[in-house]
Design a protein around this ligand. Structure first.
Ligand SMILES: Cc1ncc(COP(=O)(O)O)c(C=O)c1O
Length: 382
């Protein structure tokens, strides 16, 4: 098999993929209305569901579109005329508020710090004391803004007590952090193809009990294209997406799922964790710090405080790494200058070690006072 230039994407998805996933896109032309293609999508839906739930009771509804498409589909299709609580502790919680505003939903924004766990008793007070009926609560599992992993078990317990349906954006945790929807009381789970599943961008999906999808026929649907009930029903009847499916991305996703199944979720998360440990030890050694304490950290993406040094410029640092085959990501935390390094995708701690060698060179070049330069590029070259 030919190989493709290997770029190391230290971005929180799209992530580095295997060549076998990339080449799985090269298939004979096929019309997505053919039964053969329907079977491919059905197998993808079943296997994605099995990662987090019993596939006999739950199913995954697929959309052509990035993760935000599935967030949009859920918010526009699931919430009736009552109120939803949106936990906002980062850019993706904020995005849910923006989507809810566009659709004119009644929502309560629960703002929480981007680097600290959610205050559960304050959340409970809202559930207990709000007079308008609250039917749903939504939260991002892994806030990719900072690396904060929200405590879904505890939030799910609260939702159970107050009989509120829990919607989880698991776009950046699915396929790495183990999730069991029933045990965690999650009604709707949102994820996509191009993060920890290690597929290519272009497919997002919503997993829920079949019976919940059936119930959506009674909810006013607000979007034509991203209509969750219609997409579910159409697939059930025809084994097809309502509109043209991203064919090649789906073939690549099938291959990515096969590779995921071979590795297993525990092994995958442990490979990622090993990379995270190398990364955090390495940056500390060089004198940099990250935000979010280890006990609340996803270990998938790290938000690092930018070096305080006159010579520092994020774009220049990005370009330095880019020419060497590594892509890094800007920060997203308000009022704090950070940049982000993700350690997901088809990479290992050896790639992180190579990144750290280059980081040391960059920091040295800009005159940053290195705490302890134990790795030196020159010695690695010998
Ligand atoms: C938690 C979370 N939600 C939503 C999104 C949006 O996904 P997309 O950019 O694929 O639309 C992302 C993307 O990084 C994410 O990390």
């Amino acid at each position: 098999m030919r190989s493709v230039q290997r770029n190391i994407l230290l971005t929180p998805g799209p992530a580095t993929t295997t060549d076998t996933v990339k080449f799985a896109q090269i298939v004979p032309d096929i019309c997505p209305r053919e039964p053969e293609f329907g079977q491919l999508m059905e197998s993808i839906s079943t296997d994605l569901t099995a990662i987090v739930a019993d596939e006999k009771q739950y199913t995954a509804v697929l959309f052509g579109g990035s993760g935000t498409a599935a967030m949009d589909a859920v918010l526009s299709s699931v919430i009736g005329e009552d109120t939803i609580i949106i936990i906002n502790n980062g850019a993706y919680g904020q995005r849910m508020c923006e989507i809810a505003t566009v659709y004119g939903l009644h929502f309560i924004e629960f703002v929480s710090p981007p680097d600290k766990p959610v205050d559960l008793s304050a959340l409970e007070q809202i559930l207990k004391l709000t007079h308008t009926p609250i039917t749903h609560l939504t939260v991002v599992h892994h806030e990719t803004t900072t690396g904060l992993l929200n405590n879904i078990n505890a939030i799910g317990e609260l939702c159970k007590t107050y009989q509120v349906e829990l919607i989880v954006d698991a776009i950046s945790s699915f396929g790495a952090v183990p999730i069991q929807m029933e045990d965690m009381n999650i009604s709707y789970l949102i994820a996509s193809s191009n993060k920890n599943v290690q597929g290519l961008p272009g497919v997002s999906f919503v997993i829920a009990p079949r019976q919940k999808f059936e119930g959506l026929q009674h909810v006013r649907q607000r979007s034509y294209y991203l209509n969750l009930y219609d997409q579910y029903k159409y697939f059930l009847k025809h084994n097809q997406m309502r509109f043209t499916a991203p064919i090649q991305t789906l073939y690549a996703l099938r291959q990515a799922i096969n590779e995921f199944m071979l590795e297993g979720i525990e092994q995958r998360y442990s490979r990622y964790t090993q990379s995270w440990e190398s990364l955090t030890q390495g940056i500390h050694r060089l004198g940099l710090n990250h935000i979010v304490a280890e006990e609340h950290h996803s270990k998938l993406l790290t938000s690092i405080i930018e070096p305080i040094c006159e010579g520092y410029d994020f774009q220049q640092m990005h370009d330095f790494f880019y020419t060497k085959g590594f892509t890094i990501y800007p920060g997203k935390v308000e009022k704090l200058n950070t940049f982000r390094i993700a350690n997901i995708g088809d990479i290992t701690h050896h790639d992180i070690d190579a990144f750290l060698v280059l980081l040391e060179i960059y920091l040295r070049d800009i005159g940053f006072p290195l705490r302890e330069a134990v790795i030196t590029y020159e010695s690695k070259q010998k």
